[in-house]
Design a protein around this ligand. Structure first.
Ligand code: ADP
Ligand code: MG
Length: 694
């Protein structure tokens, strides 16, 4: 039989964990469940904390009630006996200063774990009566093997699952580190940098974050790994930006008058909108490439700013593209734009995945001939077949839903077009620093006049009767209601249960609470046309109550809707709740957001309370970051925030700043990291961009 060994196979960091010795299909799937796929994932599966079991006491030093670690030798044959319903196993150990009895209940197999004459590391809580010492259910390891990882050392604590024990996980990590030892020696931080910031080597850090010799080793490793994370991400983003900046000049659009469009609007622009439009205009009319983030809370009126910018492009003879994350949203933007098209003499089309191949082909052709001025769509815009005649402006709406790569694919279809990204998710300052570096930011910090404050209530499910009678009243008054369905926890079955949950919920409403109202549902797995149909019927008032999954989270605009009900509210990110709440209160009507939660934990209460008390998206985002950490910041992953494995944006601001200084320094001499000495770090930075959707 041939045993898998690293040497034969030459295991690399990027290999699948299955290549590791002792890792089979079952283990693989357990590790996968924790997000561990490659050897690199495994060795960077960092502990959350450590417990110090490194101090080894002698038995006579231990006191009653203390949790201790000592080395004990088994000096007589272990025994087992019955006491009532229990099978008790006893092992006596000594270190020549005293004796401890190790005791297990109903674990008869423990008897075979110990050999007379052998020594073990033992950790547990001492129970002492006079000279007699006892530990129930101790943790133990063979002291003769050099592989002890649980006792007699500083023991890191990990996030685990019920099927994966700490001891097992640690043994895999240990094997993995051994297998890739040589690769770990390739430290991508230069010696100079490490010296300047007092950082340990990569190899040392990886070993000591998992198997620290002591507290100091652990702390030093943590520092290095956190610094590294900040450094690499900021470097990656700066690289991306410098790449854009090196092309010095972009399009210089004409200084066009758009006051005719502005004065045709049924409302006056807010001062904030006016300011943002003029910032955009001055970027567009300059010859540098615009790279601007427009940040404005939900309902602040970003779409009109996009339209105005696109009209400037059209009137200067350029095409423009607006990319939205969902078909529903693209459709809605398209309808809005179309209503201006004839009057102001531009052509616009919708390009989404669900349109017929024949129509798509037609759009492709007209687009490449320059017959379409404005194209609005989803990811369908970045497909290969799409080409432009003269693309001058690219706008992405709800930008946090797109990755850097996707945005740049669209941009590359033009010749250095100007770029606007719009987002309603306010980015806390620390995060902004990382995500955008010195990208220009415009903020719409003012709501259109006449908006009423949305009342937010947090209730539990015992309020159903009252709540639905209120919903009925509102419907009688002509209003409409959204209900966001309970979320499902099991992500494997998500697509199935997502559907089941909206349909069952709708059925329940139709049968029990809303017998005479028109209730319909919508979810992400529906076909584009079905979704649009439902949205159209909701928008023109045919449907009173729309039951939905979070597909309606971003952008949807129906000013007549006045109630937003969110089931299992505690499971959403705060910013996401705020987004959902922003679907109501978009018109003149008093609106309500009802958060339903049966959760009694302090943290959920605190979070929902934050939503209830504040309507300011920025404050909510800060609070969310504080309460949940950046990984969960946008409610789900892949919403554009880099996921930090060990660094914490909120707590580690000093390291963040240090890393930033270091980034500026290295890029000062080597703007695109082209020098040979920077090869390793460049490779690392690029790999981060590939894996993170920033
Ligand atoms: P968001 O910033 O969330 O994308 P929208 O652009 O969808 O917001 O605008 C929300 C609603 O507010 C739309 O119905 C829009 O027509 C309206 N609106 C935009 N600007 C103003 C304004 N200055 N005064 C009144 N209503 C406005
Ligand atoms: Mg919007």
């Amino acid at each position: 039989m041939t045993r898998k060994t690293g040497n034969e196979k030459g295991i690399k960091l990027n290999d699948d964990i299955i290549k590791l010795p002792k890792v089979g299909e079952a283990t693989k799937s357990r590790l996968n469940a924790l997000g561990i796929f490659t050897v690199h994932d495994l060795i960077t599966y960092f502990p959350r904390d450590i417990e110090d079991r490194s101090e080894i006491k002698t038995i006579n030093e231990t006191c009653n009630g203390e949790t201790v670690t000592f080395i004990g030798r088994v000096f007589q044959k272990p025994t087992m006996f019955n006491a009532g319903r229990y099978k008790i196993t006893k092992v006596l150990v000594t270190d020549d200063t005293g004796v401890v009895e190790l005791v297990w209940f109903n674990q008869p197999y423990m008897i075979s774990q110990f050999k007379v004459g052998n020594s073990y590391y033992i950790t547990g809580k001492i129970k002492q009566e006079f000279a007699r010492r006892e530990i129930s259910n101790p943790i133990f390891e063979n002291a003769d093997l050099e592989t002890h990882v649980m006792t007699g050392t500083v023991v890191p604590k990990y996030r685990l699952t019920s099927k994966l024990f700490l001891k097992t996980l640690k043994s895999y990590i240990k094997v993995a580190i051994k297998e890739v030892k040589e690769e770990l020696k390739n430290d991508f931080l230069s010696d100079e940098l490490k010296k300047e910031y007092d950082l340990c080597s990569y190899e040392y850090a990886i070993k000591n974050i998992h198997f620290p010799d002591d507290n100091d080793a652990y702390a030093a490793s943590k520092k290095r790994l956190k610094f590294e994370e900040f450094y690499v991400i900021q470097l990656a983003l700066s690289l991306l930006k410098n790449k854009v900046d090196t092309k010095k000049t972009g399009i210089k659009f004409d200084d066009i008058d758009i006051s005719d469009v502005i004065s045709s609007l049924p409302f006056e622009l807010t001062n904030a909108q006016k300011r943002v439009v003029s910032e955009i205009k001055s970027d567009m009319t300059s010859n540098k490439v615009m790279n601007r983030l427009v940040q404005g809370d939900v309902g602040s009126g970003k779409t009109i700013c996009a339209l105005l910018a696109m009209i400037i492009a059209k009137r200067s003879g350029y095409q423009s593209a607006l990319m939205a994350p969902t078909e529903i949203l693209a459709h809605q933007h398209y309808e809005f734009f179309k209503s201006f098209a004839d009057k102001f003499g531009f052509t616009c089309e919708l390009l989404v995945g669900s349109i017929k191949a024949k129509d798509k082909k037609d759009i492709y052709e007209r687009l490449s001939r320059g017959e379409i001025d404005m194209i609005i769509g989803t990811h369908a815009l970045i497909e290969d077949g799409v080409s432009f005649n003269k693309l001058g402006l690219v706008i992405t709406d709800e930008q946090h839903r797109f990755g850097v790569e996707q945005r740049s694919v669209l941009t590359d279809k033009g010749n250095d077009p100007d770029i606007i990204v719009m987002t309603a998710t306010p980015i806390p300052r620390t995060l902004g620093l990382i995500l955008y570096g010195d990208l220009d930011i415009s903020v719409i910090d003012e709501m259109p006049k006449g908006r009423q404050k949305i009342d937010t209530l947090v209730v539990n499910s015992s309020y159903y009767d009252r709540m639905y009678s209120f919903v009925k009243d509102e419907i009688k008054n002509g209003r409409q209601c959204y209900i966001i369905c309970p979320m499902v926890e099991d992500s494997e079955k998500e697509s199935m249960t997502e559907l089941a949950s909206v349909t069952t919920y709708t059925k329940m409403l139709k049968e029990k609470y809303l017998l005479d109202e028109s209730v319909e549902y919508i979810h992400g797995k529906m076909k584009g046309k079905e979704k649009n149909d439902i949205m159209d019927r909701f928008n023109n008032g045919e449907i009173n109550v729309l039951v939905s999954t979070t597909v309606i989270e971003v952008g949807i605009n129906n000013p007549n809707a006045s109630i937003m009900i969110i089931e299992n509210a505690e499971r959403f990110g705060l910013s996401q709740l705020h987004q959902l709440r922003g679907r109501v209160g978009r018109g003149e009507y008093k609106s309500y957001c009802i958060l339903i939660s049966d959760s009694k934990t302090d943290i959920s209460k605190k979070r929902l309370d934050t939503i209830k008390k504040t309507n300011d998206g920025f404050k909510i985002a800060e609070e969310d970051l504080k309460l949940r950490g950046p990984g969960d910041f946008f409610g789900t992953k892949q919403h554009g925030v880099p996921e930090f494995k060990i660094a914490n944006l909120y707590e580690d601001t000093d390291l963040l700043k240090m890393a930033q200084t270091a980034v500026n320094k290295i890029l000062k001499d080597d703007k695109l990291l082209e020098k040979e000495e920077n090869n390793l770090i460049k490779e690392k930075a690029i790999s981060v961009l590939e894996y993170n959707t920033l």
